[in-house]
Design a protein around this ligand. Structure first.
Ligand code: HXC
Length: 514
């Protein structure tokens, strides 16, 4: 055969395989509001940057009629490309081919691109659209997922791992994402569950829709499994692209720096906080008043909203923000917000991203529900994560810093490098009302006018402790600052800690309260 004929033959073969499960299956996919796996990759990566590998891989299963089936590419596309010029390894499962289910060869393709990403020290993006382990392939399919989980774990903290859920994903197709750093979901398209509604009905006799069992909102708002929620696949891809601009390619690199930009916010930062300490406000407004271009990229916005986490830039450099949110539950730490904060702190620490903590919270949430849900174990994760982190750590106490909250939110005692407090800061073991009721109980009980005595004792306690000066006198905070000085001091703190070195005792690893 002439070279020309060889080329024509190659093109024909490619065209055939690129059709995945065929026209009918693609029609079905599109009718569900979903793009094909190939189009998803092309939409996410820089134009003309995608190079595909293993296009001609075929499955090797023989049982349950599989010997008569040809599965193009074995239901997954893998390759390399770029996002804003940053190198990326990527795979996308193809639901049109046997429901994107994972057999042995499908798994080998994914592990090949994961190995490549780890070796090259570049981020990996996995687009999941799969019914999980391919039932017909039995233990081979389970083995495939085991090999993926192992690699997810090995790559954790070394390269960024990003998961996109773009279809009904079951079993391993959700456990692998759960091991990765960021999970993206799209309304009406993403579903995540260990077992689908069909299995639940046959085993438990319960009928439930896919959406109610594990739709995008369930995971963005209730379980916290998803970090980003979008209304469409294209919006989701824009979110991924934006995330890529904030994070480094690997744990040995720094995130890309951008030209510094002043915040767009032009008002007075002190006006953002009500003068009545019981009035709530949106801490995101404070962050936006501080960061470059007022551009704050929030993570897990819809879950555990009593804490706010996300990325912003200071003088062009990526910084991770952890901030109590007085708008929700007064910004308390509870089980979920502790998990949310602790994991993000560990992410920033693993990837050389300085952490800025903005504090305004009355402590850990009391109550039977929280105690029985394990607030001791969950809350301890925050203590552990801050103490363990060796990246630059800066805290600004805006208002309340009570009790465990004062310690937990990156206090000097857990290793904060810089501690600033606004003059409105109240640093005490608990709120003045609670404190006065306990330590002046006798005086209040014996007083003729109990309310007047209580008010007087609350005032006394406030004057003594509910201010930043007692902590400043002991050096627990470094500076009491005017709110308008905050950005400049943070820029300075980040600048002077650029070469921070902080070593921990040699150990295999710690045993955090997972
Ligand atoms: C083989 C599968 C499959 C699977 C789907 N298909 N999942 N084939 N193995 N796991 C096939 C279907 O037979 C169908 O083929 C096509 O994909 C599309 O599936 P539908 O059911 O028509 O689509 P839909 O109604 O949208 O439902 C999607 C679904 C459902 C919710 C994913 O298919 C489902 O519940 N599948 C099983 C999920 C599951 O329990 N997987 C095992 C997980 S165990 P045809 O030829 O009809 O088009 C696991 C082990 C890891 O993953 C454990 C981790 C610790």
């Amino acid at each position: 055969m002439s070279l020309k004929k060889h080329i024509l033959d190659l093109r024909k073969r490619k065209e055939q395989v690129e059709k995945g499960g065929g026209d009918k299956a693609i029609e079905k996919q599109v009718a569900r509001g979903k793009q094909t796996a190939r189009n998803r990759i092309l939409a996410l990566l820089d134009k003309d940057s995608f190079t595909e590998y293993d296009l001609f891989v075929e499955h090797e299963a023989r049982d349950f009629g599989m010997d008569k089936k040809q599965l193009h590419g074995d239901g997954v596309i893998i390759g390399t490309g770029t996002i804003y010029g940053a190198p990326i390894c990527i795979y996308a499962q193809d639901f049109t081919v046997e429901g994107g289910s994972l057999g042995l060869m499908h798994a080998r393709k994914i592990t090949k691109i994961m190995d490549h990403a780890l070796k090259m020290r570049v981020p990996i993006v996995g687009i999941n659209d799969s019914g999980g382990a391919r039932i017909q392939e039995g233990v081979n399919a389970l083995a495939g997922y085991g090999e993926i989980f192992y690699r997810n774990t090995m790559a954790s903290g070394v390269i960024p791992q990003i998961s996109v859920i773009l279809g009904p994903c079951a079993g391993g197709a959700v456990y692998s994402p759960a091991l990765t750093d960021f999970v993206f979901v799209v309304d009406n398209i993403s579903k995540m569950f260990i077992t689908g509604p069909g299995v639940i009905e046959s085993v438990l006799g319960e009928k439930i829709s896919m959406e109610d069992l594990g739709g995008a909102r369930v995971h963005a708002e209730t379980t916290g499994n998803a970090h980003f929620f979008a209304d469409s696949e294209l919006e989701c891809f824009d979110q991924i692209k934006k995330l890529i601009t904030f994070i480094p390619w690997s744990n040995t690199k720094r995130a890309k720096t951008f030209p510094p930009k002043p915040p767009k916010f032009k008002g007075n930062i002190e006006d953002l906080i009500p003068s009545d300490p019981r009035q709530p406000y949106d801490v995101r407004d404070v962050i936006k008043a501080i960061v470059d271009d007022s551009d704050f990229f929030e993570i897990q916005e819809l879950w555990a909203a009593n804490i706010v986490i996300g990325f912003g830039r200071l003088n062009g450099e990526t910084v991770g923000f952890v901030a109590n949110q007085p708008l929700v539950l007064a910004g308390v730490l509870d089980c979920d917000s502790s998990d949310k904060a602790a994991r993000f702190i560990r992410y920033c620490d693993a990837f050389n991203i300085p952490i800025v903590t903005l504090e305004d919270m009355p402590g850990y949430l009391p109550g039977v529900d929280q105690e029985h849900a394990g607030v001791i174990r969950h809350g301890a994760k925050v203590l552990y994560a801050y103490s363990e982190a060796t990246v630059p750590k800066v805290t600004v106490i805006l208002r309340k810093a009570y009790g465990g909250g004062y310690i937990a939110m990156n206090s000097r005692h857990l290793g904060a490098d810089f501690m600033f407090a606004w003059p409105t800061a109240e640093i005490a073991v608990m709120g003045p009302e609670g404190a006065a009721n306990i330590i002046f109980r006798k005086e209040i009980e014996e007083a003729e006018d109990k309310d007047a005595m209580r008010a007087q004792k609350v005032e006394e306690y406030k004057e003594k402790f509910a201010n930043p000066f007692v902590a400043a006198a002991k050096g627990y905070i470094d500076s009491v600052i005017e709110p308008s000085e905050t950005r400049d001091l943070l820029l300075h703190a980040i600048e002077v800690s650029a070469h921070k070195e902080d070593h921990r005792p040699a150990k295999k690893h710690g045993v955090p309260p997972f």
